[in-house]
Ligand binder design. Sequence first.
Ligand code: ADP
Ligand code: MG
Length: 286
Amino acid sequence: MMLEVNHLKTYFYSENGINKAVNDVSFSLKEGETLCIVGESGSGKSITSLSIMGLVDKPGVIEGGEIFLEGVNLLKMSEKELRGIRGSHVAMIFQEPMTSLNPTYTVGFQLDEVIKLHQPTLNKQERYSKVIEALELVGMPNAPEKYNEYPFKLSGGQRQRVMIAMAMACEPKLLIADEPTTALDVTIQAQVLELMNKLKREKGTSILFITHDLGVVAQMADHVVVMYKGVVVESASAKELFSDPRHPYTKALLGSIPTPGHAKRKSRLETVDESVNYLSFPKEIR
Ligand code: ADP
Ligand code: MG
């Protein structure tokens, strides 16, 4: 198993009480597969992924559970060991790109550093070609020009593409992508999703993909975990989930995806009835 999350609990404490953002979440991701976590905004998707990366900040606290990466419990690791893992085995693409690019170095420099680390036998010229290729693969216009730009000079969508290029250049065993394409236009989004699928096919990369878009789930997932208010309400293979959704919340979500012949698509999951307490139904874990 590439990743195994058991009974993870991540809480936020405030004057108003405890927010159980991740409330006893379990799932596992097989090697070489893509697991999608899907759910509405605020359901605990990002906090789950940040917990895995050891990046939960105060007032958030991991209160319990186990997170095994290839059999090693990350929650028992020191900060230094975790940093080593983040640099080599696991790469993450965040929702907000500016937080993870260094504003003081050019795009090319930062990509070159990553490639230097992961392919130390390449010379400078070979690395330059790799950087340009990586930028072109994510649909960056005028890649050679962008090499010498600082992140703040790029648009949000372009910064996100640099982040994606960097994460992929690491050739991680596990790629965690938190709504990586939300800021991109449809064409570039399709291109990036295809690129991730290629990475999976050719390098056997395992992918944890977080999204609120069921169209994206259909395109990426082998297995799907549906989150609602910090809880996993359904877990099933992608095939099962789409053909035979069991949990009322999943059914409500699926009600908002396009049906063939209906061009208009509601990719945001707005149609779920707020007045229903979906936690009152039993979980469906298959
Ligand atoms: P999602 O990614 O599914 O949209 P999140 O994982 O970001 O949801 O958030 C889950 C819950 O944790 C939400 O109720 C959110 O308000 C809360 N939360 C997230 N970050 C913080 C924070 N820094 N401080 C307090 N509460 C937070
Ligand atoms: Mg999020």
